[in-house]
Design a protein around this ligand. Structure first.
Ligand SMILES: Nc1nc2c(ncn2[C@@H]2O[C@H](COP(=O)(O)OP(=O)(O)OP(=O)(O)O)[C@@H](O)[C@H]2O)c(=O)[nH]1
Ligand SMILES: [Mg+2]
Length: 316
């Protein structure tokens, strides 16, 4: 039994994350070897996509010196983690995904943006650690311009500061981001929350809230040792992607994997993502979830969906 094609696509993307040059070529070749040889349908589409990746990788290998800081977007949204050195950004990346990243008890362990894919409520989201933003980054100090370029591309920002550090520790980074004209939905993660006692943490969160300007967004204590805090971070990240997760329902069964749609998306937009033919013949649907007044409510094509909805699309 071959792997379902959607699973294969996810696995393939995951295996390609962060790979460049000959490493990437070898992985693509291996994936092509594992792909069932159908000439039509989704597997043939996957083959075409992989062959395209092969070409693009070869082209990129020649220009890699120019844009080696660029991060290839993967997943439904891209979230940048940024903050002073040694604030636990790599550790968060590692705790939220299953990649191995270098972490270390010293500054500037990470020197290039590091991407990692994480799943939030079934949807794939790319996290990117932005290292080493220093004073003068906007004037390209420390390769700052390219790093800010990655931030500019992201859908939202998680500012990271150690809970035990004074608020000012983040000032340099925030100043550079603001001066670069980057204005995104954001979260302030107070990292290594386990370093503080309950009382100390409460005070740290309180003063961060007072101090937190609009740019920093909601304050969230996190520790890689506390799974619940990581789940809260995941939820807060998702809330800032501007996306909703919607699962198709067919024959009474709800798909495991959600589609990620823009906030405000309608039934017909979901139908179109499932397949253009379904989009064309969509008459509406039945909805389970927050956008429905009751389970299985019948709705029209223009019904606006909510995060977490399950939808049975009806067609002519
Ligand atoms: N107690 C505690 N220590 C943590 C936590 N997260 C990270 N650390 C430690 O903090 C140190 C720095 O972690 P990194 O993840 O490398 O920090 P970083 O922000 O990626 O650092 P640079 O890449 O150097 O900027 C390491 O010694 C980690 O073990 C946490 O939640 N709790
Ligand atoms: Mg790091």
């Amino acid at each position: 039994m071959p792997m379902p094609h959607r699973t294969f696509a996810e696995v393939a993307k995951r295996r390609l994350v962060g790979k460049d040059g000959s490493d990437r070529v070898a992985t693509i070749r291996a994936l092509l070897g594992e792909l069932p040889g159908y000439r039509n349908g989704p597997y043939a589409d996957l083959r075409k996509w992989l062959e395209g990746e092969l070409d693009r990788t070869r082209v990129r290998a020649k220009v890699v010196h120019r844009d080696s800081l660029q991060v290839r977007r993967e997943g439904a949204a891209q979230i940048a983690l940024v903050g002073p050195p040694n604030t636990g950004k790599s550790s968060l990346l590692q705790a939220l995904s299953d990649i191995q990243v270098k972490t270390g008890d010293y500054a500037f362990t990470t020197l290039r943006p590091v991407p990692a894919l994480t799943r939030i409520g079934g949807a794939l989201v790319q996290l990117v650690e932005i290292p080493g933003l220093i004073e003068g980054a906007r004037d390209d100090r420390g390769g700052g311009r390219a790093l800010l370029g990655v931030l500019r591309n992201a859908d939202a920002i998680v500012y990271c500061r150690s809970a035990a550090d004074p608020p000012e520790r983040l000032d340099v980074v925030v100043r550079e981001v603001v001066a670069a004209g980057i204005d995104k939905r954001a979260i302030l993660a107070l990292t290594k929350a386990d370093d503080l006692t309950g009382d100390e943490l409460e005070r740290a969160v309180g003063s961060a809230r007072v101090d937190s300007t609009q740019a920093l967004g909601a304050v969230l204590p996190v520790s890689v040792l506390d799974d619940e805090s990581l789940d809260r971070l995941r939820a807060a990240i998702w809330a800032r992607t501007g996306l909703i997760r919607v699962r198709p329902r067919r024959d009474g069964r709800v798909d495991d994997e959600p589609f990620a749609l823009a906030e405000g998306a309608t039934v017909v937009e979901l139908a179109d993502l499932i397949h253009h033919d379904v989009g064309r013949s969509c008459t509406g649907g039945r909805v389970w979830g927050d956008s429905a007044r009751f389970d299985g409510q019948r709705v029209g094509r223009a019904h606006v969906l909510a995060d977490g909805d399950a939808v049975e699309v009806t067609t002519r």
